[in-house]
Design a protein around this ligand. Structure first.
Ligand SMILES: Cc1cc2nc3c(=O)[nH]c(=O)nc-3n(C[C@H](O)[C@H](O)[C@H](O)COP(=O)(O)OP(=O)(O)OC[C@H]3O[C@@H](n4cnc5c(N)ncnc54)[C@H](O)[C@@H]3O)c2cc1C
Length: 384
């Protein structure tokens, strides 16, 4: 019998597998697809802080943006510089492959074409049944299957709040700047983005939409805009569509089981970025399981320590981010125009230069809400 089964070979599952295998645990990762890292749904934008957890190979960096332009529905544009943090757009497929290699070098096994179709808790073990009929047993399990919540009842949990996304990559005119477009007609409750990358010497752009509703249709309409379509150098193909969790699942632990990354609903609520939280939660999960396996105590009561650990670090951020997301989602297009203009003012730029961090939004949000220009726009939406 294995020590740990990890369901899903994304960043969260592979990083947890690597850390546990390094401690001598017998770990197997089961991935449904034929290859790790494909298909790729993600934009891959991270801050250098990710390197504190995992040394990302330089060869997989597709672009290093330093500015972001936010465009309001009425065309007001604010330009924002990264406040001292190095950002990188990673080849997300290659990141997953690098993590898989590191996990294997640490001693974990990574199996592809192993879709887990059924999970059962037995006496002293958990059993995963794969679509190919293979059954695997282990003392514990890490649920790292991304936005898949079909097994969450085993943790007395359920699906978190989700939004829809659609993204594709096409050849495009060269550009340095990230773009974020806001507006109810562009992406209700979310945003559209253009992220320039260079791949094999070609200038390309990742274009996507995060929205409530039909993200694919919003993306088509966005790409057809006269300000966007002339910049594309080929006809856009079919986007990859996926759900994105925007808020934690009700519970991230159960008997012999922990959920990490998107499976626990751990993304930054304002932007939807989740790679850093995926790695961080995987590290907390690995620590908790290593201790629990050594103590041979895998009761839910004991594994609750995992949620206490990630909660202490992430919940203040997530709570503030969720409130801010709700305020932004309730703004009309005219209010969004005023919001972007206020964000671009010298006063607010100075505040952001002091407080904004790519992975930690709370300080910047709190500081923004103290700015009279921003406060008056956002708080008015509370009284509608
Ligand atoms: C359009 C889009 C753009 C994004 N852009 C960014 C970004 O720029 N920066 C950022 O930080 N975050 C971004 N994110 C979020 C980020 O992609 C996720 O937070 C991150 O992938 C979470 O990692 P994970 O390992 O938890 O899940 P995943 O990466 O989803 O990995 C889960 C794995 O489990 C496998 N799996 C699922 N079910 C089963 C099963 N039953 N059996 C076996 N295997 C299974 C899947 O095939 C997959 O390989 C984006 C998300 C979307 C949708």
């Amino acid at each position: 019998m294995l020590d740990v089964i990890v369901v899903g070979a994304g960043p969260a599952g592979l990083y947890a597998a690597m850390l546990m295998a390094r401690e001598g645990l017998d770990v197997a990762v089961l991935e449904e697809h034929a290859a790790v890292g494909a298909p790729t749904h993600c934009t891959g934008l991270v801050a250098a802080e990710v390197y504190d957890l995992y040394k990302v190979p330089e060869s997989i960096v597709l672009h290093r943006p330093s500015t972001c332009t936010i465009v309001s529905p009425g065309g007001v544009a604010g330009e924002f510089r990264s406040p001292g943090e190095r950002l990188a757009v990673l080849d997300r497929g290659a990141l997953d492959q690098a993590l898989a290699k590191s996990a294997q070098q640490a001693g974990a096994s990574v199996f592809t074409e192993r879709r887990v179709d059924d999970l059962t808790l037995g006496q002293g073990h958990v059993r995963a049944l794969c679509a190919n009929g293979e059954a695997v047993r282990a003392r514990a399990l890490v649920m790292a299957a991304g936005v898949t919540y079909r097994f969450h009842h085993l943790m007395e949990s359920r699906s978190p709040a989700v939004l829809h996304t659609a993204q594709l990559e096409v050849d495009a005119r060269p550009s340095e700047t990230l773009e974020v477009h806001l507006g109810r007609a562009v992406a209700p409750e979310g945003f559209a983005w253009l992220v320039p990358v260079r791949r094999q010497g070609r200038s390309r752009v990742k274009a996507g939409v995060l929205a409530r509703g039909d993200a694919r249709s919003y993306l088509r309409a966005f790409l057809d805009r006269p300000t966007v379509s002339p910049r594309l150098r080929e006809a856009p193909g079919e986007p990859i569509r996926r759900l994105l969790p925007v808020g934690p699942a009700r519970r991230s632990y159960g008997e012999r089981m922990l959920a990490v990354g998107d499976a626990a609903g751990l993304t930054k609520p304002v932007t939807g970025g989740g790679i850093f939280y995926a790695l961080l939660s995987a590290a907390f999960a690995a620590d908790t399981l290593i201790e629990a396996l050594r103590a041979d105590d895998l009761r839910a009561q004991r594994l609750a320590r995992y949620e206490a650990r990630w909660g202490a670090r992430l919940m203040p951020e997530i709570r503030t981010g969720l409130r801010f997301r709700r305020l932004l989602a309730s703004l009309s297009d005219r209010e969004l125009d005023r919001f972007v203009a206020a964000m671009a003012s010298d006063d607010v730029q100075a505040v952001l230069a002091e407080t904004a961090r790519f992975n930690w939004h709370r300080s910047a949000i709190v500081a923004l809400l103290r700015q009279p220009g921003i406060k008056s726009i956002l708080l008015r939406s509370l009284f509608r």
